[in-house]
Write a new protein. Sequence first.
Length: 210
Amino acid sequence: MTDLYAILGLPRDAPRMAIRKAYRDLAKTKHPDAGGSEAEFELVKLAHDVLTDPERRALYDSSGRIENKADMNAAALGVIAAALDQILQHPGFGPQTAIVDCVRQKLKEQRASFEQNIAQAKADIGKTDHLLGRFKKRRKKDEPDDDRNVFEMTLRGRKAAIERAILNFETQAKLADDALEMIKGYTFTPEQIQQVTLITRGNWASTWRF
């Protein structure tokens, strides 16, 4: 598997700005115009493009897969399909259901849920950062030196896991945004009856048309 982080010489938790800087620095020597090979520069560019895109980076971090934009559009279509399937299988679905409005509402609810998860995860990182550097171990005189700090190591591992979770939530939120953009401008005409029904979170909200 291609190690995109190793290509840029960065750790897996490198921030976006560090990735961009590493790319610019490597481009000075890897670009064909600077004496590098086209193949080497393509790898550097691939690493930059994937790791600076929240969706593609989260997928790469979790599975090692490198997706292109067409694949990401397909993923957004999958989100729409899943939302539509939920609407069609809802017990209250019928000729009065405003399908496009229901799908749009469900995608917005999913987006809001991911944003809540991101906010909570960032708060957890703040708690972790507040604790780092405050754990010390008292050693006996005859105890060998050991620079490892069990609590510090555990907290850093916890922080890394939360950061990966945030990337995943950001990816899902972006897919919901892409899905909403794809269905922008679409409408659906229910059967010509007086009541149009919206399905939201299992509850029913009715809009009457006369």
